[in-house]
Design a protein around this ligand. Structure first.
Ligand SMILES: Nc1ncnc2c1ncn2[C@@H]1O[C@H](COP(=O)(O)OP(=O)(O)OC[C@H]2O[C@@H]([n+]3cccc(C(=O)O)c3)[C@H](O)[C@@H]2O)[C@@H](O)[C@H]1O
Ligand SMILES: Nc1ncnc2c1ncn2[C@@H]1O[C@H](COP(=O)(O)OP(=O)(O)OP(=O)(O)O)[C@@H](O)[C@H]1O
Ligand SMILES: NC(=O)CC[C@H](N)C(=O)O
Length: 538
């Protein structure tokens, strides 16, 4: 007979491969959960080793170390049962597994049945599928256990119904993209209604290379309504109570609106990339344009002003307005600000190349030299100080190749890599509404690379609203140019945009890793051939 059960959820931020650090976080969560009277603690998918461990999962020793960590942790359990996720090797066969640790032993064990191999997930590269449901009983409640993608199809839940589960517990490593939580609610509600069971969804939080996990764990009643909602993008621990077959209603933290979600994901991505990789700070080339302004805003919100420095590197083409706006923004934020004019280096390079270029007209070569001089200066500062250079290129630029190799692409982490230019504006306006840190002029002036007199982006690129819509259709929805033109876009503009997108794959392969924000980002989930002659249908 079902009774009441208090279950703690540890929405924590693991570090991939830091087994002792992750176990220490689980231990701390165990102490807090026990103090609050919980009888069961859920930790996220692969909580022992972090997610995704990628090719560490090809190493036999990795499995040995993870098993040792689980067994050691099991010995430290008492009245509180703890669910942990870990990679399991059974001879040559490997599983994405979970163990229930209780009173010094592993009392139940589960192998993930649906392995995601889409978007950014590669689990079929590493794991075999499990084939059995897992039910364990705590205080008379029959708990059914699933791992993340198991919830996204009906079969694993069906197995739990047949095995007589009273509640569905799902441990997750589900990275965010914009509006992802609505998809999670939808699949959880499908499973809840099919089974007539309440669902508890425990997710991890934090940045891991290009991925950001948003947490946002929740409890859902059998009718699909939300009984408890944890905050997004923050480590969090809560105890939720199951009374009979329903959750006792608890705090429902409102979820962020789209701009807040995007901006916070960038902040968490930057903070964890630098923090987990041990960088003392960040360096940003601040041009007086909107991309570097937003990048600086994110960096300061992530790291604090004392960890960020901005460098203005004017050329003879730099407008006074750019100098003024960059200095003003650095002053408002209180970051270290240096001005390093690049004209001396431009002259030296022009002199060194004079004989080579004799009789040839000026073109983008001279523009790229300016960008590369700036890249070289920023990298020199990085080498000398140990701080990382944050690049500022946005998704529209990455898509079209509107960036210079070894120039403005030089750096360690690409903050806006998956942020369309149109979203760059929206995020800047949203951030300024919280406190005005980006000078208004930076937002309202026409974007310009300032690599030659009176240059504006729109001389070389279609309007960003059109460009972004075409990129999104081609890239994120896999639409053909014919379909895009049928939606009313000018065929010549579609041809040009798609042409740039395909031609510039080589640049993206050389770009720094950057934060994924959309369902399909340039990164793990975009593997287009560089050498290709496929003709799209028009
Ligand atoms: N398939 C391929 N595989 C490998 N390499 C390939 C290649 N195709 C060309 N290349 C090589 O790539 C090089 C050309 O690329 P690259 O040197 O980058 O130069 P490129 O793409 O020609 O020019 C850079 C563009 O970015 C714009 N820009 C620059 C800086 C900042 C901004 C901004 O507003 O943010 C915009 C600039 O106005 C210009 O339109 C050449 O050396 C070429 O041989
Ligand atoms: N004068 C400058 N001083 C410092 N950094 C610069 C300068 N010009 C360009 N950069 C760096 O190179 C990046 C590419 O910027 P560029 O001005 O060419 O085009 P952009 O894409 O419009 O970027 P932004 O909106 O930041 O100006 C900038 O974001 C900045 O990091
Ligand atoms: N780790 C997983 O199994 C993730 C798969 C799932 N579709 C998600 O993103 O939530």
């Amino acid at each position: 007979m079902k009774t009441s059960l208090a279950i703690a959820v540890a929405q924590f931020n693991p570090v991939v491969g830091d087994l002792s650090g992750n176990v220490a976080q689980i231990r701390a969560a165990m102490d807090a959960a026990a103090a609050e009277g919980a009888r069961l603690l859920l930790t996220p998918e692969l909580s022992i080793c972090g997610y995704p461990p990628e090719d560490l999962l090809l190493r036999p020793d990795f499995y040995d170390r993870c098993r040792e960590a689980v067994e050691t942790l099991a010995l430290q359990t008492d009245e509180l049962a703890v669910v942990v996720g870990y990679p399991e090797a059974d001879g040559d066969i490997r599983y994405n597994a979970a163990a229930v640790l209780h009173r010094g032993r592993i009392v139940a064990h589960y192998r993930k049945q649906r392995l995601p191999n889409y978007e950014v997930f590669d689990e079929l590269r590493y794991f075999d599928e499990g084939d059995a449901a897992c039910i364990f009983e705590i205080d008379g409640v029959r708990c059914g256990l699933l791992i993340c993608a198991d919830l996204w199809g009906a079969a694993p839940t069906k197995g739990l119904i047949e095995a007589g589960a009273d509640v569905i517990l799902v441990i997750n490593a589900s990275p965010c993209h914009l509006n992802k939580q609505q998809d999670r609610y939808r699949v959880a509600a499908d499973r809840a209604r099919e089974s007539g069971l309440p669902v508890l969804y425990a997710n991890m939080v934090g940045g891991q290379d290009e991925l950001v996990f948003d947490g946002a764990s929740f409890a859902m009643q059998a009718d699909g309504s939300i009984a408890w909602q944890a905050p997004a993008f923050a480590a969090h621990a809560s105890v939720v109570r199951l009374n009979g077959s329903a959750w006792v209603p608890a705090t429902v933290t409102p979820l962020p609106e789209l701009e807040e979600e995007a901006y916070t994901a960038l902040v968490v991505g930057v903070r964890d990339y630098l923090g987990k990789n041990g960088f003392p700070g960040a360096i940003i080339g601040l041009s007086g344009g909107i991309d570097s302004a937003l990048t600086l805003a994110v960096a300061v919100d992530a790291l604090g002003a004392d960890k960020v420095r901005a460098v203005m590197m004017p050329s003879p083409y730099t407008a006074q307005m750019s100098l003024d706006d960059a200095a003003e923004m650095a002053r408002i934020l209180g970051v270290r600000y240096d001005v390093l004019p690049i004209e001396p280096a431009m002259k030296v390079f022009a002199g060194m190349l004079e004989a080579q270029f004799a009789g040839l007209p000026e073109d983008t070569t001279e523009e790229n030299l300016q960008s590369r001089i700036r890249g070289m200066l920023l990298m020199a500062l990085s080498n000398k100080t140990g701080s990382i250079v944050l690049t500022t290129g946005n998704k529209s630029e990455m898509a079209t190749g509107y960036a210079t190799l070894y120039g403005d692409m030089a750096g360690g982490f690409a903050v806006l890599k998956d942020v369309y230019k149109t979203l760059v504006y929206r995020l800047s306006v949203w951030r300024n509404a919280r406190s005005a840190i980006i000078p208004e002029n930076i937002i309202t002036r026409p974007p310009s690379a300032e690599l030659k007199p009176d240059q504006v982006d729109q001389d070389s690129l279609p309007p960003y609203a059109v460009l972004d819509a075409i990129i999104e259709a081609y890239m994120e929805r896999d639409e053909s140019p014919r379909e895009i033109v049928a939606q009313g876009y000018d065929e010549a503009v579609v041809r040009r945009t798609v042409g740039m997108l395909k031609r510039n794959e080589y640049k993206r392969r050389q770009s720094p890793v950057g934060i994924r924000l959309t369902r399909r980002a340039f990164g793990k989930d975009w593997r287009f051939p560089i050498t290709a002659r496929y003709q799209d249908p028009y």
